[in-house]
Design a protein around this ligand. Sequence first.
Ligand SMILES: [Zn+2]
Length: 235
Amino acid sequence: MGAMTAPQNIVILTGAGISAESGIDTFRGGGGLWEQHRVEDVATPEAFARDPDLVLRFYDMRRAAIQTREPNAAHRALARLEREWAGQVTVVTQNVDDLHERGGSHAVIHMHGEHLNAWCTACDVRSRWTGPLIDRPPCPVCGTRALRPDIVWFGEIPYHMDAIQSALAAADLFVSIGTSGAVYPAAGFVRLARELGAATLELNLERSQGSAWFDETRLGPASAVVTAWVDALLG
Ligand SMILES: [Zn+2]
């Protein structure tokens, strides 16, 4: 990174690895299974069309579970960085939990949606939602019983790609935390950031499929490596 002459814009991509220490598991943690379900049975538009009760019940469980979890030291460190860093700090997360926000971050882009939103497929409005969807509650905006989890399923297009590309274009430093480097388009962000001139740093539990693309990789649990990195950056 060298000597800094101006405040740097930092874009941070986060994945499952930052929430793992808060007790949130993912598909990739369990050999393609998630709470005993296969990805294709609960996390695709086809699954929702085929068996909506199964899918709604599954996400109702997940939505209830994340509300019992707490942000960890890594989430809080990124919030501190956003507060104290002179440049812009943007978190782009693949996670659908709200632990960045509850940890204190404000500039958070959820590219794969959010557990605590319901999306009305009738009026296209997203509403904050903390309860179940299995009983087909009416949309608070239009009254239609057409709410689905506001989650980007496999086969659907991630959200906010224009905003993410703009952030990457303005980034001086791109940091990836706790991601597998296997899921596109997020896996391609490091290459895009490099092409646009950003320095790149990976913080991960183990080397990932994308490690070769980073200027530097630091290995360890997120709560340790993220906190150490932020402490060093802020001095
Ligand atoms: Zn509606």
